[in-house]
Design a protein around this ligand. Structure first.
Ligand code: GDP
Ligand code: MG
Length: 463
């Protein structure tokens, strides 16, 4: 058997087969048991060339799947020329070894796939550190076991990374090195998280930021691709440091927000991976609006919504409004199912990211939040205030313009944020005949549009 490289477990651009055992009472989509693993593998950048599922009462010890299935998998690997098999279940190092021998193909399990995604998304130093910690805790012991096993195969000679040989003593030393490295990483993290908060604050000055969160497979990336033109801002310096994908969302009328796609929540996340998962979510804490994307056909949608809401609270993402996005309405068999959701969350926005339904309406909701409430008002200023006039023409909906005696009077639909922006550039306007600040007090004093996930005022909801 050819030696299989396990030191480099990158998934991107690999031809991959999805494999797994469906156990009774497993937490999966019965219609499409691989839907989550597929979304994860695609996120990691793999090309999926085959799928193989076995139903069993319990896993079969040495290879997890049955002997016949191992052969079937080996045949499928040959047929599809796959370079990687991704298991939906978590495997022990011994099982990985047995499967690699049986299929002559590299095998990774679900947690290794997730770690690979985190490693790829980890653009910030902080996120990279989190991933390294997770790798130390999860992957390292597995690699150790692999090296030991390889050592036995070639008769005890040192193999694998460097000249590290198997043996109790070496293991002891490694364990202490790992401990020390972990402490060092944790220390670095604290410093970096502080700097990052400053970076994000600066970015929010110039842009309105919207973050999409939800479980894997909910349709966040589909929504992201629908909403953003794609690519336009990918190389913007300001955003290059972010661990999440962020692009421009044109909301119409010259207004745009920056939408961030996150890795997403993952069911049954191994505890070693929780911290790195959270670091991928850190952006969200600083977003000015959060879209909670839910797959309404998922039988666990209700529980997922609870988990997402609780985690956001725990991360401290409590200052900004949240909008509940009910996705995949095209898959609902019975329209009454949607009514149940809408009754419970009347402010939720039903959409189909796949069909493009409801995206424009969602953009309007985002715009309403962004502008802080749109009001029809009369703005007056000297006709020489060209900067203000220019702004009104470009950024607000102008219903009427009237120039006379060196004065300009505009009837416009504008948001509170527009007023702030104009004030920041030193305008000489009046709104409804009043000083702008007084007008804001009168016109915009009503509460902002209610957020869907409840009137969770930050102070009262903090745990
Ligand atoms: P993410 O993991 O949240 O980013 O989810 P993806 O956007 O990758 O979508 C996961 C799967 O759900 C993909 O196969 C999508 O094609 C599918 N999907 C997303 N939105 C919809 C939708 O509105 N309707 C249907 N039927 N499928 C959708
Ligand atoms: Mg995605």
């Amino acid at each position: 058997m050819s030696k299989i490289e396990r030191e480099n477990l990158r998934v991107v651009a690999e031809k991959a087969i999805l494999a797994g055992v469906q156990l009774p009472r497993a937490y999966i989509d019965l219609e499409d048991p691989f839907s989550e693993l597929r979304a994860l593998a695609q996120t990691a950048g793999a090309e999926i060339v085959g799928e193989l599922l076995q139903k069993r009462q319990k896993p079969r010890g040495r290879t997890y799947i049955g002997r016949g299935k191992v052969q079937e998998l080996a045949d499928l690997v040959k047929l599809t020329r796959a370079t990687l098999v991704i298991f939906d279940n978590d495997l022990s190092p011994a099982q990985v070894k047995a499967l690699e021998e049986g299929t002559e193909c590299k095998i990774i399990d679900r947690s290794e796939l997730i770690l690979d995604i985190f490693a790829n998304r980890a653009a910030t130093h902080a996120a990279k550190l989190q991933v390294e910690i997770a790798q130390l805790e999860y992957t390292y012991p597995r690699l150790r076991a692999m090296w030991d096993h390889l050592g036995q195969i070639v008769g005890g000679a040192p193999v694998g990374i460097g000249t590290r040989g198997p043996g109790e003593k070496q293991l002891e030393i490694d364990r202490r090195l790992v401990q020390r490295r972990r402490q060092q990483l944790r220390g670095e993290l604290v410093t970096i998280q502080k700097r990052k908060a400053r970076e994000v604050a600066q970015r929010n000055l110039g842009h309105y930021t919207v973050g999409a969160v939800g479980y894997t497979n909910a349709g966040k990336s589909s929504l992201f691709n629908r909403a953003t033109a794609g690519g336009a801002f990918a190389h913007d310096k300001l955003f290059a440091t972010l661990s999440t994908r962020t692009e421009r969302w044109d909301l119409g009328g010259g207004n745009a927000a920056m939408l961030s796609d996150t890795v997403g929540f993952i069911r049954d996340l191994p505890h070693q991976l929780v911290a790195s998962f959270r670091s991928t979510l850190e952006e969200i804490v600083h977003a000015q609006l959060i879209l909670v994307v839910l797959d309404v056909v998922d039988p666990h949608a209700e529980m997922q919504l609870e988990t997402v809401s609780r985690t956001l609270d725990e991360l401290g993402a409590t200052a900004q409004p949240r909008v509940l996005v009910l996705n995949k309405i095209d898959r609902l068999q019975d329209s009454r199912d949607l009514l149940v959701w809408m009754n419970r969350y009347p402010e939720a926005m039903p959409i189909s990211a796949l069909k493009g339904e409801g995206i424009d309406e969602l953009a309007e909701i985002v715009l309403e939040h962004m502008l802080g409430g749109i009001r029809e008002v009369r703005v007056t200023m000297p006709a020489s205030e060209t900067k203000t006039i220019d702004f009104l023409e470009k950024r607000t909906e102008v219903l009427e313009r009237d120039y006379r005696n060196g004065q300009a009077a505009f009837r416009v639909r504008m948001g509170r944020r527009h007023v702030d922006q104009l004030l920041a550039q030193g305008t000489k306007m009046q709104i409804n005949g009043l000083d702008p600040l007084e007008a804001v007090r009168r016109e915009w004093s009503l509460p902002r549009p209610a957020s869907v996930l409840g009137a969770r005022a930050p102070a009262t909801r903090k745990r």
